[in-house]
Design a protein. Sequence first.
Length: 191
Amino acid sequence: MGQNKAKEKAWGWVLRMMAGTLILAIIFGLITELILGRVYSFYISLIILIIVIMIGVVSDTIGTAAAAAELSPLNAKASRKVKGARKGVDLVKNADRVANFCNDVVGDITGIVSGGVAAVIVFNLAFYTQESELFLRTILTAFVAALTVGGKAWGKYIALRKSTEIMLNVGFLLTRLENFFPGKNKSEKNT
């Protein structure tokens, strides 16, 4: 009977992630399209592209750090009431979910959005410069791929070496956000 409940819980998590991904992809896509529809500057479009890629890199770093972090240092900090430590412990205890959300959900969405942004940039450049769209698409695709893969490799390097510090900082940030957006879990309200 316990295994059935565990399977139901796992399937519930999978379905929530699918629904969350759908909603986040729509939101990210709409925001990007609305912004890019009003931006005609190559440089601003490029900055938007880099921001989207960096969101994916930072998110991937957090997911990797959650999976790599050990509980004992965070528990020690939580016992000394270090701000963010209790939330960091929660993140590490749920590392599978944190890594899934950060690495897969946010990572995949930012990958898709960065591809869309790159396509808009290529279209605008080809229109205004009369350059070959194939040439521009190839160069920009290579740039996006290199920046994404290089950024994520660097992020993983940092995440594996500084996982406790990353979880502590993310925990601190999430604790502060809870003060602005009260929810059901206020475990560190007074710390």
